[in-house]
Ligand binder design. Structure first.
Ligand SMILES: NC(=O)c1ccc[n+]([C@@H]2O[C@H](COP(=O)([O-])OP(=O)(O)OC[C@H]3O[C@@H](n4cnc5c(N)ncnc54)[C@H](O)[C@@H]3O)[C@@H](O)[C@H]2O)c1
Length: 318
């Protein structure tokens, strides 16, 4: 199989590249290293990496023409500066259009996309959220430049006529994850910085469980359309924090401060995974404690210099 992965030097994309390469497939990655890391991918014969932005149509077209991918996994996304609407638009909308146009031109068999569950807005109408829930990436439900632009990208993909699967993801975590609460807790705890937790809950999906579904999709399972990749259970961020302490074998003198969430943050995101469970004969199998331990083992070896968030006013940069 020849698979082109945009954002393949990032967290999800690099785990997928590893899985495909270890099964003997050929992979071409396009990444501009905005939030990805060079050491996420190990050089090897079946891997080609092109450094550049998917907003550059010429670069995207040249990559497609030289590699002639059979399938495309579009994992690149911009989100690290919530006020940089222009960059979010260039990458998540124009970049997606460039990838879609090239995929149509090359008649790729399947295109896979990863959508944020923020497409359901900040006040979802049901828990767990089903795939029938309306999209509220902006407007009265609040929203963010990230959610607006990712949702536009998803809609261009649907309009293209390609055989696409859009996976709407719970909060992915694991080795190489640099966004969200876990890397932030690790970084602060190991640098003797004070920590606080938000009064929110999340459905945490371990990256290798997520990649297992994507590999099945590349092997032809699943049908065109939308899926959730999630466990279907949520945990409070405080529980995540306590498990992080446990994995680090640390104890704090007093309980961590629990803070009220910001206006652009959502209380819980619990996604109904039943369609994915059925169509892919798949269940998320990794226990939160085991996944946290694996992530922390990676942070200990590779270190964290920066973490990222699409949320406004959250101090995650170090
Ligand atoms: N991690 C999650 O919990 C989560 C949840 C929902 C959706 N997603 C989506 O999954 C995908 C992968 O996310 P991730 O967690 O691996 O994030 P990530 O930041 O690790 O990966 C994104 C990659 O895209 C690259 N990139 C950014 N702009 C680019 C551009 N213009 N051209 C080429 N490459 C570019 C980055 O350098 C990075 O390597 C994204 O599309 C994201 O929106 C992730």
């Amino acid at each position: 199989m020849k698979v082109l992965i945009t954002g393949g030097a990032g967290f999800v994309g690099s785990h997928l590249a590893d899985a495909l390469l270890s099964s003997g497939h050929q992979v071409l990655v396009i990444d501009n290293y905005q939030t990805g890391r060079r050491d996420n991918l190990s050089p090897q014969t079946n891997l080609t990496v092109i450094e550049g932005s998917i907003s550059d149509a010429h670069l995207v077209n040249t990559a497609f023409d030289s590699f002639a991918p059979e399938q495309v996994v579009h994992a690149a996304a911009a989100y690290k500066n919530p006020d940089d609407w222009e960059e979010d638009t260039l990458t998540n909308i124009l970049g997606t259009i460039n990838v879609v146009r090239a995929s149509v031109r090359h008649k790729v068999k399947r295109l896979i996309y990863f959508q944020t569950s923020l497409c359901y807005g900040l006040k979802p109408l049901e828990q767990p959220i089903t795939l029938k829930h309306p999209l509220y990436s902006g407007g009265f439900a609040g929203g963010s430049s990230y959610a607006i632009s990712k949702t536009s990208g998803e809609q261009y993909i649907e309009m293209s006529g390609l055989d696409f699967l859009s996976f709407r993801l719970a909060n992915a975590y694991g080795p190489r994850n640099l966004s969200g609460p876990l890397p932030t807790f690790y970084h602060r705890l190991t640098n003797n910085k004070p920590c606080f937790v938000m009064d929110t809950r999340r459905d945490f999906i371990y990256v290798k469980d997520l990649v297992a579904v994507v590999v099945k999709a590349l092997n032809g399972m699943g049908n065109k359309g939308y899926y959730h990749i999630s466990t279907g259970s949520d945990y409070s961020i405080k529980e995540l924090f306590d498990s992080t302490l446990k994995a680090l074998d640390m104890k704090l003198e007093k309980e961590v401060e629990v803070r009220q969430r910001g206006e652009d943050d959502v209380f819980t995101i619990l996604l109904d995974p039943s369609k994915t469970n059925n169509d892919f004969e798949w269940q998320a199998g990794t226990a939160l404690e085991d996944g946290i331990k694996a992530a922390i083992d990676w942070y200990k070896v590779y270190g964290i210099t920066q973490t990222f968030t699409h949320l406004k006013g959250v101090e995650e940069k170090h």
